[in-house]
Design a protein around this ligand. Structure first.
Ligand SMILES: Cc1ncc(COP(=O)(O)O)c(C=O)c1O
Length: 307
């Protein structure tokens, strides 16, 4: 689906075609940028859109800018206003995927820290088929980038050279997705999602030192599994061969939402169908993000209520 026709560039609403950077800007030459992927959920009963965990996404964007040493020229309120104004300008009344990018502009040298640009755009994106049907994935031959080389815990654009290589490899081999391992061979994450598995009634996910993104959906899923499902969640180092023995597994991410993983390297997990815990996590997640339950109100920023 195409990007909505109006975007935000440094706080100004501009047509999609005018939202451009120079081919010699720092972001093109050096990959010096950091981004966020969020979702805005349309709630037809309330006639409003809820951006999910907006503040946490903006805080991670600022944290990413700090790690990349981009000048901290945008405060959280400016970034929030830019995003909300772009959604309203487009009059979007459907579920969307939102992207914000803070990037190094200007034709300067490697160590430049500014000028910094901020761009926001939206793509209408309903729930994907994989959420219902599940996916078949492979373990990648590419190791996940290590924290002392590139910062996996933030969404630095340059990180995604690694993710893209792994994803392309998986697609070449007719898999739906890919699970990357750390350089030490421990389970890390997917190309655009964090990994959870269920084994013997407990839920397990790689800890944040497993070269994963500090994922906001991962944090959400941990909270919902503990509070709503009443199951233990263990954040820990996970070995490859434990994954093959899992009863269930799922991806989580703002874009992916909660997707059942049916097999890994062609070994079926459980009975090869989406498991009961995964289905329960999905229900709890969609109830909260779409605003069909009252709890966690701070996680939902209404777009039109205060327009
Ligand atoms: C590499 C990677 N891991 C995990 C995630 C999930 O992160 P979040 O839940 O913050 O969207 C993403 C999604 O953007 C990602 O790109």
């Amino acid at each position: 689906m195409p990007t909505a026709p109006l975007m935000s560039l440094n706080g100004r609403i501009v047509p999609y075609e005018q939202c451009t950077v120079h081919a010699f800007s720092g972001v093109v030459k050096y990959g010096a940028a950091v981004f966020e992927g969020l979702r805005g959920y349309w709630n037809p009963d309330r006639g409003d859109m809820y951006v999910f965990r907006l503040r946490e996404h903006l805080e991670r964007l600022r944290y990413g800018m700090r790690i990349l040493r981009l000048d901290p020229v945008f405060d959280l309120d400016f970034m929030e206003r830019s995003l909300i104004a772009m959604i309203r300008a487009n009059g979007l009344r459907e579920t969307v995927h939102l992207r914000m990018i803070a990037y190094l502009d200007g034709d300067d040298e490697l160590a430049a820290t500014g000028p910094v640009g901020l761009v926001c755009g939206a793509v209408p994106r309903p729930r994907g088929r994989a959420v219902e049907e599940g996916v078949h994935i492979a373990v990648s031959t590419y190791a996940r980038i290590a924290d002392n080389a590139l910062p996996p815990r933030v969404k630095a654009t340059a990180n995604y050279v690694n993710n893209r290589a792994a994803e392309l490899e998986a697609r070449r081999n007719q898999y739906d997705g890919v699970l990357m391992l750390t350089a030490q061979g421990k389970v890390s994450e997917g190309s655009g999602a964090c990994f959870f598995m269920v084994r013997n009634g407990a839920v397990h996910t790689p800890d944040v030192s497993s070269d994963i993104l500090e994922s906001i959906t991962r944090d959400t899923a941990i909270e919902l599994v503990r509070r709503k499902l009443g199951l233990p969640v263990h954040e820990r180092t996970i070995d490859r061969h434990e994954v093959y023995a899992a009863d269930e597994a799922f991806w989580c991410g703002s874009g992916y939402e909660i997707q059942p993983i049916l097999s890994v390297d062609r070994l079926a997990l459980g009975d090869g169908r989406p498991g009961a815990v995964t289905r329960a996590v999905q229900k709890a997640y969609f109830d909260v993000v779409e605003g069909r339950v009252e709890d966690y109100p701070a996680w939902r920023s209404a777009v039109y209520a205060n327009a």
